[in-house]
Design a protein around this ligand. Sequence first.
Ligand code: ATP
Ligand code: MG
Ligand code: FE
Length: 337
Amino acid sequence: NLILAFESSCDETSVAVIENGETILSNIVATQIKSHQRFGGVVPEVASRHHIEQITECISMALAEAQVTYDELSAVAVTYGPGLVGALLIGVTAAKTVAFAHNLPLIPVNHMAGHIYAARYVKPIEFPALALLVSGGHTELVYLAEPGKFEIIGETRDDAAGEAYDKIGRVLGINYPAGKEVDRLAHLGEDTFDFPRAMDHDDSFDFSFSGLKSAFINTVHHADQIHETLDRNNLAASFQQAVVDVLADKTVRALQAFPDVHQLILAGGVAANQGLRDRLTTELAAFKNVELVKAPIKLCGDNAAMIGAAAYVSYQQQQFGDATLNAEPGLSFAYRA
Ligand code: ATP
Ligand code: MG
Ligand code: FE
């Protein structure tokens, strides 16, 4: 089985060739970060234009690197949501074109399911599993009862974790996306500010990061006004400690509430965070029957390999799309618990 997978939901144009849902033959990622940096975030119009310019070259490169021709493909997969509508449309249109020109089945993939399936490249998912999905636009705890079934048991009520990283990073003068650099600074500092850990002790599995973001920004602005200079490393460390504390505490409580879970999957762009990876590794030592599966750091950010892995499950379940497939910018998992 060979799947040609497309991802274009945000600011990465990516095309991959995946064998049997488990081996990456190629995974071309063309990032647009440089074009968006001067605006401090992703500009949708600019993103769409880049996707159009990049996508055919990405297809050629992905097939060439995998040494695969169109005739050998089994299916074409594509992210159809959630994401920026104009950006998604480029991938969806490209995938539909290849599928119908070469008479191949088309597999629509939810971008967030894709993020979870990046963990598939470490080892097969064992169900039931729990996923901590932390990215630029989402922060969710997802229960996976069986392949293809995703149930959100908790999610952020305001900002996503990655969004909070990017916004506080901006205050520290760090370019978008700031997560990786804040993570680096955090390891050089200490938690001296004691920022709020919202909802840490309530009964839900929901999160809130906007209060933390505001507390951080207010602290920095207040210091500016009185011409005081704060230690950037300690600021970063304090912010990161607050984020990691809440993410880890809620995840531990979810694991206690769902004792049938075999694996905890850590996925999404923020899953690359070293503080979070280390903390969960420590916490999971107490759960003898739960295996921690961290998505490979290289596959935490947006890429088409993760889309191909998720698509393979749909292929096995014979769940295909057709020419009416459209971009769904607000796509969510089927239901919330
Ligand atoms: P979504 O997947 O929710 O649609 P997205 O695709 O824009 O959003 P991802 O590509 O999954 O988001 O992740 C990007 C985010 O991950 C950015 O907010 C970035 O700052 C953050 N990030 C990347 N590396 C790290 C890190 N080491 N620590 C914290 N955050 C990080
Ligand atoms: Mg991105
Ligand atoms: Fe993403």
